[in-house]
Design a protein around this ligand. Sequence first.
Ligand SMILES: [Zn+2]
Length: 109
Amino acid sequence: MAVINCPQCNKKISDKAKSCQYCELDLVNVDEDKLASIKKVNIINKSQRIMTFSFIAMLIFCGGFLYFYWQNVQPGTVEYYASVSAIIVGFFMYITTRIQLILLKRRNK
Ligand SMILES: [Zn+2]
């Protein structure tokens, strides 16, 4: 008995199983077309997750940025470190999600 990854939820299952124990995908009647459509849905879901993450990153970045200017934050205060780290964290989170999205698209061409 070998362990394979479920084509739909990607969890580890037995290759002898008739259906996935996690997402209940029917593994007996799965064909090329079904696999292709599952793969497509997985990619869409994944890129949507990354997009949500990148949106949150933008919010953190803009939030820190706007707070920094509107509140006229003085260096050395807690607000200063909070807004500067929000800008930095938001920026790097955003870059990371952009890279992930590019890699995802390239991998699934
Ligand atoms: Zn599954």
